[in-house]
Design a protein around this ligand. Sequence first.
Ligand code: GLN
Ligand code: ZN
Length: 765
Amino acid sequence: MSSDTTTAKAPDFTATVGGTARIGANRELKRAIESYWKGQTDRASLEAVAASLRGETARQLRDAGFDSIPVNTFSYYDQMLDTAIMLGALAPRFASVEDDLDRYFAAARGTAELTPLEMTKWFDTNYHYLVPELSAQTTYSLDASKVLAELAEATNLGVDARPVVIGPITFLALAKSTDDTDPLDRLDEVVGLYEELLGSLAEAGANWVQIDEPVLCTDIVDGAAATAGKVYERLSAVAGRPAIFVNTYFGDPGAEVLAALAATDIEAIGVDLVYGSADTVASVPALSTKLLVAGVVNGRNIWRTDLDAALATLGTLLGSARAVAVSTSCSTLHVPYSLEPETELDDNLRGWLAFAAEKFTEVAVLAAALNRGRDAVADAFEASAAALATRATDPRVKVAAVRERLAAVTEDQLARGESAGRLAAQQERLGLPLLPTTTIGSYPQTSAIRKARAALRAGEIDEAEYTRRMQSEIEDVIALQEDLGLDVLVHGEPERNDMVQYFAEQLDGFFATQNGWVQSYGTRCVRPPILFGDVVRPKPMTVDWITYAQSKTAKPVKGMLTGPVTILAWSFVRDDQPEKDSANQIALAIRDETVDLEKAGIGVIQVDEPALRELLPLRDADKPDYLRWAVDAFRLSTAGVEDTTQIHTHLCYSEFGEVIGAIADLDADVTSIEAARSAMEVLDDLNAIGFANGVGPGVYDIHSPRVPSTEEITASLQAALKAVPAERLWVNPDCGLKTRGNEEVTASLRNLVEAAKTVRPAATA
Ligand code: GLN
Ligand code: ZN
């Protein structure tokens, strides 16, 4: 029960958003930070850009009609890094950097002397956070300067600012331990800092504080409910604090967690009603004393909200909570700023979409309907319903031929011949030496390539001239590989801006935005394509380029495709059918491409799936089903070719964890894979599950400009041969070469080929 001494007296709010993007509608922050890094501008001008972007966002949210406005969701790089600094827990090696902003960027990107923090995916989004490094030696101490400054700045603008911080459970659960201790062992101590923080925020005039605990929607923390109950009981017992809003998102926290939170004296609980369920809320009677912040507008996908359905959900929630506020399911960090610059959208498609600005309006309309009745905003409801109605009838959304073909797919279309037989047939066709050498696909994207692309976009050169320039790049790359003595060549991917966008631009059912940038990490932004309709491949996508490359050499050229799971993972996906169906539609398009490549005489085809692990669901119970359909989609995309055609795949990680079984089930003839630890460890992991196909553990780290010596690569290969027979071992770098320079790549590959030659005779013996 609430007692008078601890209940915060803040008025309930009715409309808000869990957080916002910060990179700027036109990536202003990216440009400002990068020019600061280059030393072209000083700190003061960077800070001025940042402050003006924060101000714009606060005013935009206020003008949308929100009565509580999130602050401290700004970041120069990443909110987990900000939290590490707020808790005084930045890895000690960065202490040597004097200036605090430069220290911050050193942790984010490293310096000549300092390795940066590791980066990893933020839950199942395409945002990447910096992983805090914690140990028994970590000393925690509160530094609330950033959040206090952003609170003061927003308060000065006259908005009702609600500071947002990542919660202690989420912070510790996502950190990495640099010794054997579990970061969560220090939870009690860290909660003490949050107690202190609450005091400072209250003193600075905050009415509300939002504490984000998305980890409560996963299975990462054992005994999550009990832990959440304990932490928030303590925090809600702090005297003279702001009202506390604990936000959960990216899934369903489950009744147990919600009940544990509801049993404490916090004032508000946020639930994600797009990826979670209103039934869970209804099953927790104790929520009846809380303000429920209902995330009914999808914060991480780009679809327009069905306002009547959302209002109905909000209506049912009224019976479960003391009051209901309308919000997004999570921060709009994960969607582009606004539909306004998208001039190439047709009217139908435009009507189906909502980027961040449009989502803010939806939240405000829903709050108005909830509080004043639907009639008060009937026009907005009708306009929305009319726009969405065309989604049901637009011929691009459901293409009968695609659906019929998919429905008729049989098990045997997912299977190829038995793998030993395939290997023999392929070997007979390709005649490769033992330990064949190859690369992962891309070669350095030279300035000539970038210039040609820009000139084409600007209309300075025509399609034919562009093709001619790309062909000349391909010719150069083939000549280089011939000269180096590689065995399986590639065309180098000069024509691809991005391995997903390139295919999305050529497939019906996808829309590529002009300005739909979202932050991937730091200053890196991506423009995920929008999958809105059934996937149709109007014509071959890669065959001309690959056959052109093949015409320049007698050695086999490997065709290069992106796999269905990766295309799906790096796009905004449909919300009107299961992801599995979308994956299979893409798979059929890729399958047709492999068959066309085969018909054109290409004997080796690589289908990249670097994102296989990224789509893993947050809940353990959902993982097996995902892995099954992901593997099936890959197999559907690759099993259309003859046994004589060699299928490769490439994966961008070496910590397989939960996907190791799936990697074997892909049944590619050859799998190239990162080997960040060592080639041998990767191979041991694969052997442990009985993997018996070809494998190329990366023996050259492309993430660094360093040229590996022949001796080093030789040693890796010799170690690898202890784990797999020579007949199955391939020699390759650990990823594509597009971010590297020509000189270092040439030197490294020369050493790689040399090392393979050194090891071969002993391997034959
Ligand atoms: N074929 C792609 C390339 O070489 C693979 C990229 C990736 O693994 N992310 O660039
Ligand atoms: Zn890779």
